[in-house]
Design a protein around this ligand. Sequence first.
Ligand code: DAH
Length: 344
Amino acid sequence: MKQQLETIFKNANEDLAKASSINDIEEIRGKYLSRKGEFNEIKKNLKNLSDEDKRIVGSLANEITQKLEASLKAKYDEFYQKELNEKLQKERIDITLPGKYVPTGKVHPLTSTTNEIVSIFQSLGFSVAPDRNSPEVETEYFNFDMLNVPKDHPARDVQDTFYTTLAPNVVLRSQTSGAQIHVMEEQKPPIRIIAPGRVYRNENINARKNNFFHQIEGLYVDKDITFGDLKGVLNEFIRIYFGASRPTRFRNSFFPFTEPSAEVDVQCIMCEGKGCRTCSGTGWLEILGCGMVDPNVLRGVGIDPEIYTGFAFGMGVERLAMLKYAIDDIRLFFNNDERFLHQF
Ligand code: DAH
């Protein structure tokens, strides 16, 4: 039996010498040292020996298996380190490499400006008119007739308004004011809406003018609405949009659909009122038109001007964005130059 033990030990060491991986080690451990391993098979036969031999062979078996355990462990550790190093080497990450650039989209500055203006008016109790009340392709009826614009008004001239070939009276809207008519034909007062959208005019394009741009229309009709309400709402809007510090003024004006009418100026942000090229030396910049809804307009949509009054306003989104961000050329909004767009 001693002979047998020595032989198994020798075989085990030979196997171990050939081992080249942790897997091999585990196999060897299984073959020799597990419950069904070769050493255990021998140990099972110990009971047939005399007490004296049992002691000698038993302690030899223990000694040999302990030795084998020790060399298995040493080899195991060695392979473990080796495999770990290989793995680390293979999976090495160079953290000094620059990351992959994933370009992200940005909200267009006109969209974010519109969103901001809309949310300010929402906070003042206005809601956005449904899209069907604010179409870009309009009839003269909504764009002019019902807004009290006379048939011979120069704004109707093809030089200003784009007429379509769909029908003689179908135009690309030149103002969002037609939304007022759509809304009032559908709803009864109290009415408190805004309508943002694109408008078209046959302009010569330059730094201040484009042949399409964006407006936000507003309309408030109820009992006892006064010019004081108009001033209160618009001053509050300007205070929130530009910050408390920007001086504003209401200036007398004329629009066919409001009486009285006004335009609102804010102090020029380029020169702070001193006068510069942007404000043509006046120190002020116009941001919107407004007024009390003309009784003719109310009557036209079946609202009794003896009972109800209202105010309306229309502001240019490009204008408001240019003033807030000191943008000096309207064409920048439409060139799709990423160097510009990514600043917002
Ligand atoms: N629609 C006018 C324009 O495009 C602006 C305007 C002025 C709108 C007075 C209004 C208003 O609602 O009451 O120039």
